[in-house]
Design a binder for this molecule. Structure first.
Ligand SMILES: [Zn+2]
Length: 174
């Protein structure tokens, strides 16, 4: 088990350019395992590789949310592409492992469809509605360097920055 430290904003590593996977090799499989362990350790619904400091174009979705069984492994979304989003939107509070204890109202398409590669190398399409669509779009945003703070105005951004800096200081005190 390799739980890795979650990169917290405003760490610049969250804005690194991501690199596509050309083949599923041991490095990618190890990254998948680390992402899985790190996501479960934080009770996340999804996690992008950049959130543990790795620029690979990949994120995971929690298995039940992805439509799998409780004991199934998380869904790997490698080199994902958003194929379609609905005109209809929904607004909801959103959190992120890289923004501990921060929640932001984000308006997103109600439904989305993506194409990606799973950890076994198979290509699949996944359509989601509601929370699943939100998770797919949120994690996909990570791969393009887009973050929760990009959805808020400058005042709220400053508030979040102060809060997370306090958070970092508190961790350092322990
Ligand atoms: Zn996130």
């Amino acid at each position: 088990m390799a739980v890795r430290e979650i990169v917290v904003w405003p760490d610049a590593r969250l804005r690194l350019e991501t690199v596509a996977v050309s083949q599923i090799d041991d490095r990618v499989r190890q990254l998948y395992e680390d992402l899985k362990d790190s996501m479960y350790a934080e009770n996340g619904l999804g996690i992008a590789a950049l959130q543990i400091g790795d620029p690979t174009k990949m994120f995971l979705i929690e298995p039940r949310l992805a439509g799998r069984g409780e004991n199934d492994p998380p869904l790997a979304c490698i080199n994902p592409e958003i194929l379609w989003t609905s005109e209809e939107t929904q607004e909801s509070e959103e959190g992120c492992l890289s923004f501990p204890d921060v929640f932001v109202q984000v308006e997103r398409p109600l439904k989305a469809r993506l194409r990606a590669m799973d950890i076994d190398g198979s290509i699949y399409e996944l359509e989601g509605e509601g929370l699943l669509a939100r998770c797919m779009l949120h994690e996909n945003d990570h791969l393009t360097g887009k973050l929760l703070v990009d959805f808020v105005g400058p005042l709220k951004r400053q508030m979040i920055k102060r809060k997370l800096q306090k958070h970092a200081t508190r961790d350092a005190d322990l």
